[in-house]
Design a binder for this molecule. Sequence first.
Ligand SMILES: [Cu+2]
Length: 120
Amino acid sequence: MRAALLGLGLLAVGCSPPAPQAVAVDVSCVPESRPLRRLCTVRITDRQTGAAVRGATVTLHADMPSMPMAHSVPPAPAAPGAEPGVYRGVVELEMRGRWVVAVRIAGPVNDQVTHTIDIE
Ligand SMILES: [Cu+2]
């Protein structure tokens, strides 16, 4: 009986947004056409099943930690590609130096990871 009640409790917790560790998020960014343009690829997989996470809304928020309030790069959407669970978007950075891209994920899963880009 006690175990059954505990089980119900866990089910109730399951209704809240999943913990950040529910998904694995892999981010890579490569130069694209212009020096300050980066094409970022975000791959989202379910940690438990390894399945690709489809239907997520992914946005890329770039900022320069060393220059608080100095930049306001508009968030760039990362759109789903042909491969399930893979999203791509382009960030336009504004100067050389270290940038941090916050990758925000919403939809079937909610998570945020950061990715550092150094532009020489
Ligand atoms: Cu700057």
